[in-house]
Each structure stands twice: as C-alpha cells, then as structure tokens.
Design a protein around this ligand. Structure first.
Ligand code: ARG
Length: 457
C-alpha cells in the first residue's frame, strides 16, 4: 500500500508507478533508513508520542528488519513499494501492527531521505578516505623502492628535462593529498542532520534535534528546515571531489599507459592487471588503466548531471531531487574501484631503469643545463638560450647528444665553453642541480618522501 492513498480515488498507472518509484535504486539506503528510523523513534519517545515499551518494540522490529534485509536482499528487489521509506514502514507495520503506524509522526520523507542520503554518503566517503590513504602509501613505497631511477620529464609529450622517477611518484602523492583534504572538507560539511525538519517547515513536536543529530553521529542539527530538505550541495560536492580525483587518476593512468608502450618500455605492468587479445597472441593490454581513464567520463557526467538537475529548482523539495541518487550511487563506488585498481597497477609495476635512463639521455633534455652553464660564465640567459639552440641544431645534424659534441664543436658556436662543460651535462648533475624546494634533486625528493612518511606514523 502506498503511504498516501487517502486522497486518491484511483491508484497510479502501472507506467507512472514504474516511472515514479525509486526503490529499484534507493534500496541501497535500507540500512540508513532503518538507522534513522530507530533514532526518530527514540526522539518520539522523548516527547511522549511513544511509551518506553512501544519504543522498545519498534526498535526490536527495526533491528530485526535490518538483519532480514541484509541476509535476504531479494526482499528489497521483490517488493513493489514506492521507495525505501515506504518499504521500511510497511515492513514495520507487518511486524508490529498499528504501532508501526506511529513512527512517521512529525516526520516527512523529505527530511528522511535527506538524512538517509547523508548517512550513506558519510559512510561511503569514509571508505574513500581509506582508499586514498592506501594508494598514497603504495605510491610512496614505489618512490622509495625506485629512488635513484631517472626518468625523462615531458612537456608537450616532448622530452623536456630529466627527473627522478620518485619525483614523478610524489607528484601524484601531492594530488591525492589534495583529493583527500577536499573529501575531508566535504565530509565535515555534510555531517549535519536534517531529520526533524519535517516536509519543509520544521516539525511540530518539541524534538531535541541536537540530541537526535548526535545519536546519528552528526556533528550538528541543520539550522533551517527549508534548506535542510532541499539542499543537495553535499551531493554536488562529493561528485566534484570524485571528478577532480578521477581527473588525477586518469592522468596517472595515461602516464602509465604511455610508459608501458613498446615504444617507451619504461615500465611493465603485472599480469594481474592486464589482459590479452582474443586474436593477437602477443598482446598484453593495460586494461585496468584504460578503464580508469574511461570511467572518468561517467563520473564527470554524474557531476554535471547533478548540477543541471539542481539548477533553478525552486525551494523546497521537488521530485526532481529523487534524481540525486543514481549518479552518486554510481560515481562513488566507481571512484573507489579506480583507487583500488590504481593501487594494484602501481604495486605490481616493474620499472626498467635502463630504458628510462637511456630515454632521459636522449632528446637533448640537458639543454637547459648548458644554458645555465653559460649563465655561470657570464652570458645573459636569453643569449645563452639562443646559443644552446644553435648547439642543439649542430647535435641534431651530427646525430649526437649534446655531451657527445667535441670541445671544438662547442667552441665553434661559443668560445666560452670549456672542458668543464662535460660534467655539467651528466644526468646526475642535471637532476641534482634542482636544489630549491620542490625540485627533483635527490636531496629535495628524499626530503619530500620523508615528510610524506610522517603522515603514516
Ligand atoms: N523517493 C523520494 C526521493 O528519493 C523520497 C522523498 C519523497 N517525498 C515526496 N514528497 N514525494 O527523493
């Protein structure tokens, strides 16, 4: 039976019912709806709507229902209740009879759904925080394992300057740390309890809403009932956290896909995160990483979809808002799965230090070093830049690297260059010259790693 039949002389069309029902997806809020109902029953007892015995009966029945739905999830799938709130109320009435009909006193599905969804979001966000922390630890471990390996750093996908492989790792560590802090901020803001706001105007019972909020683990009760039932910016915020972090993961995935190509050969992904081709026996494809890159799109889609749904929506509750759930139900578990997969890809990766070093030596990636050398010899940087550009042309024509040019070849372009140029052009020298904070010198990177390690003790 629907929760609202009294005013209607006929029931809904089958097609409309199917269109309107949210149980097919909001069944995922079963645990939270029951948890919220138990807390609400407690609040009703405090204002004398329920006797202590009635409260006890209701709580026992709700707890029993919780066990039933977790052991037999098909109960939820088979029901034709409109939504999870109708399902829980009907199941309760079936268990305790008329007493169950008292539970909805002073409550609306509008404050109920806002509460359930925040509880679900908070719980899921906690799992994401753990996964972000785990991924960061894996990245740090890889940075430590590979300390000393030199990688070509790229701009425009052209070899630019050599960097430590660990420096590349720690770049992603930084991004994930910001993702983590954004998510913590979102959790803090969503941790406010709408229950007790009624349909929109507040509840007519003198409920201690702060106590109710505390009982549900919220930091505070919402300040304004209109806002409480119609605010979904916590959903937008979580989708934005998910989108930004997926953007980072997609860049990590793309870097690794490139490093894993036959052409680069910098890394080799482990068998357990790759798959083969049905036709080409030699193939070992980076599917896990490609899926991370691909799934980023649907997470962005959920974010923009939610923004569209909420745009210009009048206060307070409108049924449009039922569309808040599927995007988040999809996006957060997708983000979680991608964090886990990224971790699996990184923990099994083999780095081919010979190949990365060879590539770092190519592409004249030490040209900036030579320009800096000229600066030390008293030539203004802009002029030095031009001279080195000419030397790169010579090197290209000779099919050599800069350090393979003879001193005569150097001096033909610029007379201040002497024998002492050669050590400057060594890879290690290029790396270790980057001594200012945040640079790729061994000293800076090991400091960054040590600081990162502090987060985990
Ligand atoms: N299924 C609804 C939702 O998810 C619950 C709230 C219904 N409230 C209402 N006034 N129709 O948003």
């Amino acid at each position: 039976m629907a929760l609202w039949g009294g005013r209607f002389s006929t029931g809904p069309d089958q097609a409309f019912k199917q269109f309107n029902d949210s149980l097919p997806f909001d069944y995922q809020l079963a645990e939270q709806d029951i948890e919220g109902s138990i807390a609400w029953a407690g609040a009703l007892e405090q204002v004398g709507i329920l006797t202590p015995t009635e409260l006890e009966q209701l709580v026992a029945a709700l707890n029993q229902l919780l066990v039933e739905v977790s052991e037999q999830p098909q109960l939820l799938q088979q029901s034709d209740a409109e939504d999870i709130h109708s399902f829980v109320e009907a199941a309760l009435i079936e268990k305790v009879g008329d007493l169950g009909k008292k539970l909805h006193t002073g409550r609306s599905r509008n404050d109920q759904v806002a509460t359930d969804f925040r509880l679900w979001s908070r719980k899921t966000a906690q799992l994401l925080l753990v996964a972000l922390g785990d991924l960061k630890q894996t990245i740090l471990a890889l940075a430590e394992r590979e300390f000393g390996t030199i990688l070509p750093g790229y701009t425009h996908l052209q070899r630019a300057q050599p960097v430590l492989f660990s420096h590349w790792c720690m770049a992603y560590f930084e991004m994930l740390s910001r993702d983590e802090s954004r998510l913590r901020g979102a959790i803090e803001r969503l941790n406010v309890c709408p229950l007790g706001s009624g349909a929109l105007a507040g509840t007519a019972y003198p409920i201690d809403r702060q106590l109710l909020a505390t009982n549900l683990g919220f930091l505070s009760a919402s300040n304004n009932s209109l806002d409480a039932v119609s605010d979904r910016d916590f959903v937008v915020e979580l989708l934005s956290c998910a989108s930004i972090s997926m953007m980072h993961l997609s860049r990590l995935a793309e870097d690794m896909i490139f490093y894993n190509t036959g052409e680069a050969g910098f890394i080799e992904l482990a068998d357990n995160v790759t798959s083969g081709s049905s036709l080409m026996p030699q193939k070992k494809n980076p599917d896990a990483l490609e899926l991370i890159r691909g799934k980023t799109g649907r997470v962005f889609g959920a974010f923009s979809g939610m923004m569209m749904t909420l745009k210009a929506l009048p206060l307070a509750y409108n049924k449009d808002m039922q569309e808040d759930k599927e995007g988040l139900f999809d996006a957060l578990p997708t983000w979680l799965a991608c964090l886990h997969m990224a971790q699996a890809c990184l923990s099994g990766v083999k780095v081919n230090a010979k190949r990365t070093e060879l590539a770092a030596r190519g592409g004249h990636a030490n040209a900036t070093e030579l320009a800096d050398y000229l600066v030390k010899k008293g030539i203004p940087f802009r002029e030095g830049h031009h001279i080195v550009g000419q030397l790169v042309q010579v090197a290209i024509a000779e099919n050599k690297s800069l350090e393979q040019l003879s001193i005569q070849q150097f001096q033909a372009v610029c007379t201040v260059i002497e024998q002492d140029v050669y050590p400057v052009l060594e890879l290690d020298a290029c790396i270790n010259a980057r001594v200012a904070k945040g640079g790729t010198s061994k000293q800076q990177v090991s400091q960054a790693m040590a600081a990162a390690k502090q987060q985990f003790i």
